[in-house]
Design a protein around this ligand. Structure first.
Ligand code: HEM
Ligand SMILES: *[C@@H]1O[C@H](CO)[C@@H](O)[C@H](O)[C@H]1NC(C)=O
Ligand SMILES: *[C@@H]1O[C@H](CO)[C@@H](O)[C@H](O)[C@H]1NC(C)=O
Ligand SMILES: *[C@@H]1O[C@H](CO)[C@@H](O)[C@H](O)[C@H]1NC(C)=O
Ligand SMILES: *[C@@H]1O[C@H](CO)[C@@H](O)[C@H](O)[C@H]1NC(C)=O
Ligand SMILES: *[C@@H]1O[C@H](CO)[C@@H](O)[C@H](O)[C@H]1NC(C)=O
Ligand SMILES: *[C@@H]1O[C@H](CO)[C@@H](O)[C@H](O)[C@H]1NC(C)=O
Ligand SMILES: *[C@@H]1O[C@H](CO)[C@@H](O)[C@H](O)[C@H]1NC(C)=O
Length: 261
């Protein structure tokens, strides 16, 4: 009886790994939920790339080049659009040249307060998706089936107002604002039209909630590389709709020899 059950279990397990192997062979970039021991980040972009095998599905031991190449391959996001985040990420860990995705929850490095889909540090879990907080974006731009740069700015404003009202320890300097602005431009550009910033609501919601590319729903990778330049005008419109003020000032932010803001 016991051995029969064990055999059955063995066959079932073999069949399951066969299904997984076949899915992989058929499409190495099929979506798969993270498995036992795999780690994910507070970034829906990197998590989506890992869930589709554009990054090691373990989410561990990633180099800067792995992340830049993964974003280019999976989303057609150019290196320059995410280079600062990529470089910063190495500081989240003591390893010399690699990062694990979960290390990126380190507060105030890249991770910031007033996120779209994660709780503020010290208030809740700043690593995992939070549906309550995500409702602000989910319900944005009522009456139409897309988000755009206007609604993205309004979402940033509402999320910050909530954090200001609930988090006595909020960090809200120009650094956090610039990171948040880029993140908003990224979800619009990657899930929507890179030029107009118009992004179907269902694509954006699947991206955040499931960390999945909505291919079955009709999404296609941008045929134009998304760069800092392609997002420039979009970021201006988002900015205009946030009505943003700093809570604290900060020192000049040194992002590179030609980029001190
Ligand atoms: C090496 C490249 C990247 C690094 C190191 C990185 C890192 C991060 C981190 C640490 C956060 C958390 C910030 C927070 O909400 O507190 C974040 C948020 C975010 N990232 Fe990335 N990211 C990268 C590339 C991308 C790409 C290619 C996309 C494309 C869609 C993306 C989209 C986003 C979005 C939309 C958020 C905001 C999430 C939220 O506010 O809830 N990121 N990223
Ligand atoms: C993915 O990461 C795991 C664990 O670090 C490693 O064993 C495996 O070789 C990596 N796969 C690739 C394709 O790099
Ligand atoms: C991490 O990656 C490096 C280079 O890609 C490799 O030499 C090392 O064995 C990996 N370590 C683990 C724990 O997978
Ligand atoms: C704010 O920070 C202080 C000092 O670190 C800490 O004692 C307090 O618990 C924090 N409060 C919240 C709501 O995070
Ligand atoms: C999600 O956000 C809500 C609203 O701020 C908060 O009450 C809840 O604790 C958060 N959940 C997690 C897991 O952080
Ligand atoms: C975004 O969509 C709303 C609703 O249709 C519209 O009023 C607004 O002008 C749009 N913004 C942009 C930048 O197109
Ligand atoms: C990209 O796709 C759009 C819409 O599908 C099309 O109009 C445009 O010609 C394409 N551009 C290039 C460079 O292939
Ligand atoms: C930012 O400051 C300006 C000038 O004091 C004010 O009019 C505006 O309402 C502030 N924005 C928000 C979101 O509170």
């Amino acid at each position: 009886m016991h051995s029969k059950f064990t055999k059955l279990l063995l066959v079932a397990t073999m069949q399951l790994s066969c299904v997984v192997a076949n899915t992989e062979k058929f499409n190495p970039h099929a979506w798969m939920a993270p498995g036992e021991g795999d780690v994910r980040s507070p970034c829906p972009g990197l998590n989506t790339l890992a869930n589709h095998g554009y990054l090691n599905r373990s989410g561990k031991n990633l180099t800067i080049t792995d992340m830049l190449n993964g974003a280019l391959e999976g989303f057609n996001v150019g290196w320059d659009a995410i280079i600062q985040a990529a470089k910063f990420s190495l500081l989240a860990t003591n390893a010399f040249t690699t990062v694990d995705l979960d290390s990126m929850a380190l507060h105030n490095l890249i991770e910031h307060d007033a996120s779209i889909s994660r709780a503020d540090y010290g208030i809740g879990n700043n690593l995992i998706f939070n549906e309550t907080l995500f409702e602000t974006l989910a319900n944005a731009n009522p009456g139409v089936d897309y988000y755009n740069a206007t609604s993205a700015g309004v979402v940033m404003k509402e999320r910050l107002a909530y954090s200001l009202a609930t988090n006595p320890n909020i960090t809200n300097t120009p650094k956090e604002f610039l990171i948040r602005l880029r993140e908003s431009a990224l979800y619009l550009s990657v899930m929507g039209n890179w030029a107009t910033g118009v992004a179907p609501k269902n694509f954006v919601q699947i991206f955040f909630r499931e960390e999945r590319l909505p291919i079955e729903e009709g999404w296609v990778r941008s045929n134009v590389t998304i760069t800092a330049e392609t997002m420039n005008d979009m970021e201006d419109i988002i900015d205009d709709n946030t009505d943003w003020n700093y809570t604290q000032r900060c020192e000049d932010l040194v992002l590179g020899p030609d980029l001190i803001i």
